[in-house]
Design a protein around this ligand. Structure first.
Ligand code: NGO
Length: 521
């Protein structure tokens, strides 16, 4: 690893020298130039060559069959940055001065997975190949980080020459946003999705219902949204997504190769639903709406048949507007449900989800029930020692890892962090990065680990600036744990690469925490 870093340093000098010797009269553009050693998440392999490709007035973007969607997206990004026309043309011509995107067809062993890609940059052109469009999209995110943050005085947009072969370590690389404690508009959600996509996150988990608010229109139970969605923590403004708006979020994410997983938390965390419909309560009396931040006090009525009619309707409507495989059914902190009721309930609801053609994701307490083979447990405990979850993983239950003391984005960085909570831990950037998902949970086979997810609970989070302050730079840390090979894990190298992201975040208007652990540029 150390040898590789030294090699990168030498290569950096070479690339820097070439750029400086080009059209750029002063060193103005050089300090901002993206480099192969600064890409986050770290690629499987990246090597810089001499020279650079310059994007100019005559550069074209060529798209092979199946590549035009991603080519158009790349053109959009580059036109906005450079002001050049960058027409997207059909592949075929062999002229230089082209950024060529192509699907290589199945069976190219180097691409390894649906998201793998190969990027080759020479002074004459750029070639990006992948088995699938998702891989091209991942490659475009790498390419973006190789551009200068902003061009120097000569307005020269260069990409250093080099080669990248890359593919993800884990299939599930997620981020969760709690829109129940505080509501976020479609535009705010899309802004976050854009930020996630740049770090090769491929799963967006939306926590749509909790005690403080129900955020998705359910046509057969309309008061859930109109009444149950009217509140938020501290009496702040509520809100909900119509099904059309939810579909818009799903489509926006899909264009960025991100799958949405919607969560309706149950049997606890349901006060907003109980308040909306009296008949869902065991005593038939609707409680008042709730705007505090306690947990573990509400429960669906496990013994009442209408509970399952309600869930069949909700899950059915949600399944119909969710193209992804998973629906998240919560299952955490069911302190107001007896354990016998909890088991009966989770068993029955897994069947309802399956009947609507979906698989279950649930917080790890689901292993107390009889998990279906397709059920995946999301681990959020604060230790690496949980024999029950490890045993379930050994029996085949898949795991998504979100240890609250490492991966929760709502935990404060330090005592002085103005936002967030500290019940699980204070999580500085180095802590968020300092664990290995593959070997984290004692006794759980590595093969059970589907990936990682960084949840952002929003009891104290109200704006996009708040979201960004808690997510950056820890979200890129979790994204890297999910994407990059374990062999690249190295805090010194990672912190330097994070430091290079700072000017990009500043340029993008991202409000981030300037951790003293990171050598910001
Ligand atoms: C817990 C709890 C949530 C809180 C969160 C705050 C899980 C899975 N349930 O995580 O209701 O919002 O902590 O950090």
């Amino acid at each position: 690893m150390r040898r590789m870093r030294r090699m990168f340093a030498v290569v950096l000098l070479v690339v820097g020298a070439c750029v400086a010797a080009g059209a750029e009269p002063a060193a103005a553009g050089v300090a901002n130039q993206g480099t192969y050693s600064d890409v986050v998440p770290a690629p499987v392999s990246a090597r810089a060559d001499r020279g650079a490709f310059t994007i100019g007035r005559h550069t074209t973007i060529s798209a092979g069959p199946g590549a035009s969607g991603v080519a158009d997206q790349l053109a959009g990004v580059l036109r906005k940055a450079t002001g050049y026309p960058l027409p997207v043309v059909r592949a075929g011509g062999h002229g230089g001065d082209t950024i060529a995107l192509a699907l290589a067809g199945r069976g190219d062993g180097t691409l390894r997975s649906r998201e793998g890609y190969r990027l080759d940059v020479t002074p004459h052109g750029v070639s990006l190949t992948a088995d699938r469009a998702a891989g091209l999209f991942a490659g475009v995110q790498t390419l973006r980080q190789l551009l200068p943050v902003a061009p120097g005085r000569g307005r020269v947009w260069t990409v250093p020459a080099g080669h990248v072969t890359d593919y993800p370590r884990f299939e599930h690389r997620g981020a969760m946003l709690d829109v129940a404690r505080h509501f976020f508009s479609v535009a705010q959600v899309e802004r976050y999705i854009d930020q996630l996509a740049q770090y090769k996150i491929n799963t967006f988990h939306l926590h749509l219902a909790d005690d403080q608010g129900w955020r998705i229109e359910i046509r057969s139970w309309p008061r859930l949204a109109t009444y149950g969605g009217s509140t938020a923590v501290d009496g702040d403004r509520g809100g909900y997504y119509t099904q059309a708006q939810y579909r818009e979020i799903v489509a926006y994410a899909a264009q960025r190769y991100i799958t949405v997983i919607p969560e309706i938390d149950m049997p606890g965390h349901v006060n907003a639903a109980l308040a909306s419909y009296a008949e869902l309560n065991c005593d038939g009396v609707a409680p008042p709406l709730y705007t505090g931040t306690d947990v573990g006090f509400s429960s669906l009525c496990v013994g009442k048949e209408i509970t399952y009619k309600f869930l069949d309707d909700v899950i059915g409507e949600l399944a119909a507007i969710t193209p992804g495989r998973y629906l998240h059914i919560g299952g955490d902190e069911a302190q107001a449900t007896s354990s016998a009721d909890y088991v009966a309930f989770m068993n029955r609801v897994q069947g309802i989800v399956a009947a609507h053609g979906k698989s279950v994701l649930a917080w790890h307490q689901v292993v107390e029930a009889a998990t279906l083979p397709s059920t995946v447990a999301q681990y959020w405990d604060t230790t690496n020692d949980n024999p029950d979850v490890a045993a379930a993983a050994s029996r085949g239950t898949g795991l998504v890892l979100s240890p609250a003391n490492l991966a929760y984005l709502d935990m404060k960085y330090t005592d002085a962090t103005p936002l967030g909570q500290d019940w699980a831990a204070l999580i500085e950037v180095r802590d968020a990065y300092g664990w290995d998902p593959g070997s984290y949970l004692l006794g759980a086979p590595a093969a059970a680990v589907r990936g990682v997810e960084a949840p952002l609970w929003t009891e104290t989070i109200r704006t996009s600036a708040d979201i960004e302050y808690m997510a950056f730079p820890r979200l890129p840390a979790i994204a890297e744990l999910g994407w990059s090979p374990a062999a690249t894990h190295d805090w010194d190298a990672f912190s330097r690469r994070l430091g290079a992201q700072g000017p990009r975040w500043t340029a993008a208007g991202i409000n981030f925490y300037r951790s003293p652990q990171v050598p910001w540029r």
